[in-house]
Design a protein around this ligand. Structure first.
Ligand SMILES: Cc1ncc(COP(=O)(O)O)c(C=O)c1O
Length: 393
């Protein structure tokens, strides 16, 4: 029997595209992983989470193992709400999700149909692209520079589309702070501008703040905190600051949006994990933890930037990230997808730029390096190995 004949139009269409997660290739153990957007292994609080599980089961017995019933279920939501309020986000309701990714997927499900035009940054986070592509084939992409999304260009494109009677986007997906992959942050002026454009051209904005807590100097004001007209759908995550395997994220948006998301989400929660996370947060000082993360990742960023300065050819350039996990490198005249096998032979991995663009060719001369996962020594060695691979081309 041909099962495909029974598939919905959405999955039939999606299966025509590249398989998800192609950038997560298998690597030998000894390879230095400058490709992985994972937290540093020693910053994953395994002991703290073990204690949290012990305490949870001792205190609550069977409660967190039912569909509902653990009082800590609500406490996790309260913790998230409180933290968002500390970051000047006064409005909106929170829905806890299985990572930011489930939040993005649920938002796509309630806002996107196969005729919806979605605006994305160029480059952008590849998994979000994959999610949106499951629902629509209609995109426009707006370039990012060292100051984030180029809102002037966005305005120009929107105005031109309007003049020509072309459809306008319903959604803009942006990672305004420590963007994946470029590490850049949208300036306050551009944040104001993009909110004005949302009003003027009537679209909603998905603000993905996966890295916003990991600043090395200044904390950016959330787009959602500047939003006066419920235009912003804010998505956050504990993946980069506690542990990605816990799959804890959230959406903060207007109450009717949260209701609609919950309609689709039903009880696809992980009550035990959510209660464990709440128990972990009760017993661990997050402010202290965040300071440690910021300091550690800042040092690792510094190691990566000095290694780039020391070893890269003069044709290479990069942005200096002020937070997050990544450095975005341009190698003029080099196709980074053909460079990758050579780099792997040298013993270092990176993500070729092609994966971050709707039009893969736009990413040809770029690559993303991550300083989060590898040790300081490995970061320096890895960059040197990358330089060797470039030299041998
Ligand atoms: C911009 C961005 N958003 C979301 C995610 C995924 O977050 P989560 O693990 O909470 O689904 C990532 C992870 O790499 C990311 O870079």
């Amino acid at each position: 029997m041909k099962m495909e004949a029974y598939f919905s139009k959405y999955i039939k269409n999606a299966l025509q595209k590249n398989p998800p997660g192609e950038w997560m290739f298998d690597l030998p153990d000894e390879c230095i992983r400058l490709n992985s957007g994972f937290p540093a292994p020693d910053l994953i609080p395994a002991d703290g989470l073990k204690n949290a599980v012990d305490r949870l089961l001792e205190e609550e017995q069977d409660l967190p193992l039912h569909y509902v019933g653990s009082p800590r279920f609500d406490r996790l939501k309260e913790y998230i709400q409180q933290r968002l309020q500390e970051r000047e986000m006064k409005d909106g309701e929170v829905l806890v999700t299985a990572g930011a990714c489930q939040g993005i997927d649920l938002l796509a499900r309630i806002f996107i149909d196969d005729q919806t035009l979605v605006a994305v940054e160029s480059p952008t986070y590849m998994e979000a692209l994959e999610v949106f592509q499951n629902y629509t084939d209609h995109f426009m992409s707006i370039p990012v520079d060292e100051y984030g999304l180029q809102t002037d260009q966005l305005e120009e494109v929107l105005a031109e589309r309007q003049r020509n009677g072309q459809r306008l986007p319903k959604l803009l997906y942006t990672i305004p702070t420590f963007q994946n992959p470029t590490g850049t942050t949208m300036t306050t002026e551009r944040r104001k501008h993009v909110l004005e454009l949302a009003d003027k051209f009537d679209f909603l904005i998905i603000e993905d703040d996966a890295y916003g807590e990991l600043f090395f100097r200044d904390q950016a004001v959330l787009l959602k905190a500047m939003d006066r007209h419920d235009r912003v759908l804010h998505v956050g995550s504990l993946s980069k600051i506690v542990a990605p395997g816990m799959r804890i994220g959230w959406v903060n948006a207007a109450p009717e949006v949260i209701t609609a998301l919950a309609w689709f989400k039903k009880d696809l929660d992980h009550p035990f994990v959510q209660a464990t996370m709440a128990a972990f947060l009760e017993n661990n000082d997050m402010a202290e933890r965040l300071n440690l993360l910021r300091e550690t990742y800042r040092e690792k960023r510094d190691v990566m930037i000095s290694a780039l300065k020391n070893y890269m050819p003069s044709s290479a350039s990069w942005y200096i990230s002020e937070g997050g996990y990544f450095v975005w490198v341009k190698l003029s005249g080099i196709d980074t997808s053909t460079l990758l096998p050579r780099a792997l032979d040298e013993g270092v991995a990176f993500v070729p730029g092609q994966y971050f663009f709707l039009n893969e060719a736009d990413g040809k001369e770029f690559l993303r390096l991550s300083f989060s996962y590898a040790s300081r020594d490995d970061i320096a060695d890895g960059v040197q190995k990358l330089a060797n691979a470039i030299e041998k081309k």
